[in-house]
Design a protein around this ligand. Structure first.
Ligand SMILES: *Cc1c(COP(=O)(O)O)cnc(C)c1O
Length: 388
């Protein structure tokens, strides 16, 4: 497969400017439908909705530019773009499983991935085992006769445990199991699971790929053959396609993917180093911190740590945690991540919700460093930590 340099992918690939008046930014082909000059062309295009413009639930010129860029970013042959990350995840899983079969999934995946595997798919006779992915052998130990998928998310949500991608892929290949990896955390800038033999890579493009907190989208990258099959089954039947307008916003977001991630790498290092030395910090989890138990593995398979990390503070008081949370000003109190704005999401927010897992300490907070100056964020933390 042809590999392109990064700026070619982000600035040029897929853009056929001659077709649209030399316009530098591509047009938003905001249409549901495409008309044909004659019956012969219509007949030909019906053979493959994936390769022709027929109806926008299938393919659309603006979306197609995005497909090319996203596939190239993940070193994949092709990609499909969905209306959300979870739609891409569900399509990837459902395309390789049927009733009576079994999935081995890393423990603590993204919450709705967990719901899909733990409570939704069991309705259709699909079962799942969740394993501690820090030891690749746990995937092998959980294999059953009917295991078809290993589902990875490295680093995984909230706790940032890593899975050794090469080691898990090796076990999967030995047993004829398909591997899927959620690569949202690292983005293709910092990690390419396909280079380590993963079969399918999924992203919440809502996060880094679009990068501006203005759209919800998902991507699935894999071989051309698998894309053709998934297009004809999950993609077209479930119909979770992206709108041309949102595809255009994502193309615009991708232009700065590299510089946003470079900024995240530098800024996060600085904020993490400040917090690591703070006397009120009990523990900090960021894959590129030498104190991370899997630092060596992180260095091996990732190019850098991204903007998300996790801090546990030295307090058991909910009141003090609430004071701290209410004092932060530059970090916005919100879920999600991957945009320009810096965010935080405390475990203590979840104590009254069904998602609360009591094994997580009440003083644990997930932080996301966006495009703010690290000095400003450190100042904000400094004043809020006085309230803790
Ligand atoms: C947000 C997120 C998802 C879900 O993506 P949506 O775009 O919200 O559907 C999946 N995986 C990870 C790691 C996420 O952070």
């Amino acid at each position: 497969m042809k590999k392109f340099d990064l700026s070619y992918i982000l600035n040029e690939l897929g853009e056929e400017r001659k077709k649209y008046f030399g316009s530098v930014s591509p047009p938003i082909i905001q249409t549901s439908n495409f008309a044909f000059p004659n019956i012969q062309t219509l007949r030909k295009s019906l053979h493959s909705e994936l390769n022709n413009y027929f109806y926008t639930r299938g393919n659309n010129p603006t979306v197609e530019i995005l497909r090319k860029k996203v596939a190239a970013l993940e070193h994949a042959e092709d990609a499909l773009i969905f209306s959300s990350g979870v739609a891409a995840i569900a399509a990837a899983v459902m395309s390789h499983i049927k009733s009576g079969e079994h999935v081995v999934c890393v423990r603590n995946p993204y919450s709705w991935t967990y719901k899909l595997l733990a409570s939704y798919l069991p309705r259709f006779g699909v079962s799942a085992t969740f394993v501690d992915g820090r030891d690749a052998k746990n995937f092998e130990r959980a294999i059953q006769r009917n295991t078809k998928i290993f589902y990875l998310e490295t680093p995984n949500s909230f706790v940032f445990d890593l899975q050794d991608i090469s080691a898990v892929v090796k076990i999967a290949k030995k047993h004829g199991v398909t591997t899927i990896c959620d690569n949202s955390y690292s983005s293709p800038i910092f990690q390419n699971p396909i280079d380590y033999g993963v079969d399918m890579v999924v992203h919440s493009a809502t996060k880094y790929l679009s990068g501006h907190s203005d759209i919800v989208a998902g991507t699935l990258c894999t071989t051309r053959k698998k894309i053709e099959r998934i297009f004809e089954t999950e993609f077209m039947t479930i119909g979770a396609c992206i709108s041309p307008h949102d595809a255009w916003l994502m193309i615009k977001g991708l232009r700065t993917l590299r510089i946003r991630l470079e900024h995240a790498a530098k800024g996060t290092s600085q904020v993490v180093k400040y917090l690591e030395k703070h006397p009120k910090v009990e523990n900090i989890i960021w894959p590129f911190l030498p104190s991370h138990p899997q630092y060596k593995l992180a260095k091996k398979q990732m190019r850098h740590g991204a903007g998300l990390f996790n801090v546990t503070f030295k307090t058991k008081s909910l009141r003090k945690m609430d004071n701290f949370c209410n004092s932060l000003k530059r970090f916005l109190l919100a879920c999600s991540w991957g945009g320009y704005e810096s965010l935080f999401y405390p475990v203590s927010a979840m104590i009254e919700s069904q998602n609360y897992q009591s094994e997580k300490p009440l003083s644990m907070v997930r932080f996301y460093v966006g495009l703010d100056e690290p000095e400003v964020l450190i100042e904000d933390l400094e004043q809020a930590l006085k309230k803790l």
